[in-house]
Design a binder for this molecule. Structure first.
Ligand SMILES: Nc1nc2c(c(=O)[nH]1)N[C@H]1C(S)=C(S)[C@@H](COP(=O)(O)O)O[C@H]1N2
Ligand SMILES: [Mo]
Length: 213
């Protein structure tokens, strides 16, 4: 099966599982659930069929591109940075949302200050250890709820959910949050990521239902 066909099949499978498995518990408070979304208390897993095993000794996060001070942070250096915890809602473009996800890790703004992006940097291109990539306008990354998360609900992020570290951008659809994150590159010109080249919206604001372009 071609990679494309495989990904398509995977996506269909995920949608079918979701249709079978919804267990709505919370009441969707007005203004909290974005249009077209359904609440789940499960935590579905979406990936490319690969959940890379990354020993912490081999892990690093590269911060490069249009920055004054590029950095390669190993696990110890990354964890020595100030840590924060934020509780946020998680919205997947395949129409499930999960409330009150507790993520801990390093705030994007901490990394921003560390590498000092140049004024012309307007986009962030994220790559992952599984070959995934995604792009985000820098302006969306500067809210204090945007994290490189290493913990979920107080425990290390499970491998299937993107450990050792994944990006969380609660105000955008979850495909914008790279699991197994490997690098963040600051760019002046946008560069499309894995799903963006396959027709997903370039920004992905769930409140505007920016699902597919
Ligand atoms: N590296 C990587 N990151 C990824 C993906 C992926 O396949 N690989 N899938 C994205 C999609 S489409 C969604 S909805 C979320 C799913 O996160 P979850 O598996 O923890 O629910 O991760 C996003 N980040
Ligand atoms: Mo997704």
């Amino acid at each position: 099966m071609s990679k494309e066909r495989y990904i398509e099949a995977k996506q269909k499978w995920a949608e079918k599982q979701l249709a079978k498995g919804f267990q709505p518990r919370d009441v969707a408070a007005p203004g909290r659930l974005p249009p077209g979304q359904k609440l789940t208390t499960r935590f579905p897993v979406l990936d490319l069929g690969v959940q890379p095993e990354i020993p912490l000794a081999d892990w690093s996060l590269t911060l490069d591109g249009l920055v004054e001070k590029p950095a390669v942070l190993d696990w110890a250096k990354f964890n020595a940075l100030p840590q924060v915890t934020d509780v946020s809602d998680f919205h997947c473009v395949t129409t499930w949302s999960k409330y009150d996800c507790e993520w801990s890790g390093v705030a994007f703004t901490t990394l921003f200050e560390l590498v000092a992006p140049k004024p012309e940097a307007k986009f962030v291109y994220c790559t992952s250890y599984d070959g995934y990539s995604t792009n985000v306008p820098l302006s969306w990354c500067l809210d204090d709820d945007v994290l490189v998360a290493t913990k979920f609900a107080g425990e290390p992020v499970p491998r299937e959910h993107g450990g050792p570290a994944r990006i969380i951008i609660p105000k955008l659809y979850a495909w914008k949050g790279a699991k197994f994150v490997k690098s963040l590159t600051f760019l002046a010109e946008d560069r499309l990521g894995f799903w963006e080249v396959r027709g997903y919206h370039n920004v992905g604001d769930p409140w505007k239902e920016e699902r597919y372009a």
